[in-house]
Design a protein around this ligand. Structure first.
Ligand SMILES: C[S@@+](CC[C@H](N)C(=O)[O-])C[C@H]1O[C@@H](n2cnc3c(N)ncnc32)[C@H](O)[C@@H]1O
Length: 215
């Protein structure tokens, strides 16, 4: 990496995209009392708080990741509770499931993963992921440069750019949209990042009507 400030400026479109996602999620959930959120593929390292866990006051979040280092429950005074788990929280109901850059990491295809999410009696699901389906290898190399992305290139793909590109261009907007709609979610919003984040997409699915009285 050249220097941090230059790197930040080159990748600032990614930060704008993440902030846009948080703003949209806050707005979408503002009228849900005691919001329950499932962070599906939350990451392997448990954090005390994540932006996803503080969308609303009195929110409870279950952060599920099969590669999680340790199960942990965190509820700090004045901060919402967040429970990090390694096993899927079967039998629980959530208002919102967040699948952020996790679906393309699963061995099952997005269609199947979203089918399993229906068991959580959701009202909303958000997918943030990549769409490199129309991109060239050269374009991929220019934009896949966030710290986390370069780390993944090194640790998962041993620095093999071509393998990394092939992996990240397997699914895109069409696949995620189809996975949502086939599983009964109405697609209510699509966003694309700008600049360096132009291959990052956000899709929001909503269940037409959710009867929470009989989960
Ligand atoms: C790139 S990380 C994304 C982490 C976080 N959501 C974020 O936006 O930074 C992808 C995560 O998906 C998780 N994952 C892989 N297979 C999964 C599955 N079947 N169910 C849930 N999560 C899975 C991985 O363990 C990994 O931590």
């Amino acid at each position: 990496m050249d220097n941090y400030l230059e790197h930040y400026h080159r990748t600032e479109g990614n930060f704008h995209f993440y902030l846009l996602i948080i703003d949209i999620l806050k707005d979408l959930t503002k009228d849900v009392p005691n919001l329950r959120v499932l962070d599906y593929g939350a990451g392997a390292i448990p954090y005390t708080i994540t932006p996803i866990s503080v969308l609303q006051k009195d929110q409870h979040t279950v952060a599920y990741d099969p590669q999680l280092a340790e199960d942990i429950f965190k509820a700090l005074p004045g901060i919402n509770s967040i429970q990090w788990v390694k096993e899927p929280p079967l039998g629980q109901a959530f208002d919102l499931a967040v699948c952020h850059f996790s679906l393309h990491h699963m061995t099952k295809p997005p269609m199947e993963a979203l089918g399993e999410l229906k068991d959580y009696h959701l009202s909303l699901v958000t997918i943030a992921d990549y769409d490199f389906t129309d991109s060239t290898f050269e374009e991929f190399r220019k934009v896949f440069i966030a710290d986390q992305e370069l780390k993944e290139l090194r640790t998962v793909f041993g620095g093999d750019w071509e393998a990394c590109f092939a992996y990240h261009s397997r699914f895109g907007l069409n696949a995620y949209q189809q996975a949502l709609e086939t599983n009964g979610f109405n697609l209510i919003r699509i966003e694309r990042g700008k600049g360096i984040a132009k291959n990052k997409i956000l899709l929001i699915g909503k269940v037409p009507f959710q009867d929470r009285s009989n989960p």
